[in-house]
Design a protein around this ligand. Sequence first.
Ligand SMILES: [Zn+2]
Length: 303
Amino acid sequence: MRTRSLLISLLLPLAAMTQSATEPARMKPSHVAHLRLGQMQVWVLQDGRLSLEASLLKDIGPAEARRMLGGQEAAVTPVNAFLVRLSGKTVLVDTGMGKDPDEDSGHLAEQLEAAGVQPGEIDLILITHYHFDHIGGLLKTDGTRAFPHAQLCVPRSEHDFWLQEPSRLPERLRGRIPKLKALFAVYEGARALRAFEDGVELAPGLRAMAAHGHAGGHTAYAFTSEGHELWCIGDLIHFGAVQFERPEVGISYDLEGRKAVETRRSFFQRAAHSKVVLAGAHLPRLVGIEAKGAGYVAVPVLQ
Ligand SMILES: [Zn+2]
């Protein structure tokens, strides 16, 4: 069995963000975590953070959920995007929440700068699914593309789910359609939108993997280099303190609860077997996982 030989190469300082005395305390990321895996380089870019209530968890009693969260009623989770450089391509996976006056969010541009990358250098943007905390950074506040030279790659299954005849969508989701249409029209108008089929190879060493359940076309991305494998798994997991150990526990945001659980189990089983590094949009660290009892335990690969 191959040993995990991960080189944590450097931590890049992020310039202190300005803050007026009247503003609430804001997130101050002190570094951008960076990892080298074979020929690929990976940066974790924290756009913001969200507080997720324990009551969102399904198929677990409230007392047990609270116990697993260390006695807390909610878990503060990061909202991450990931930057990967591989085979001469600079790839961004998801784009965070964007600037939201009600949230501590929209730090992606600062994080990219701290990683030494300009928005115009991004070649490909890969979207895991169309929830607001993954697509919110695609446009600047003036409505133009935040990444002017990137091709925006989206799962056709997710795109078609949202842009189907609105009456077929659950009623609670229909209000999001106009904003989604307007957003994707900007990239489409620039001939920069590519909808791909499940399972395709998007570039050498980069493959899309259907991970449906949380969203209609939720998709993970596998990057491989020299025997190393990184999976950007989007929202396959939200509560790291609960769902590794108990992958059968879902979250009420899941579109299809049972399918989301099956997908999580399948991905975890394969990831543990193949010593994959997992990059979750709401996980505080890159992790490997190992089977333990009926579930898994996460082993951080970045400190
Ligand atoms: Zn999310």
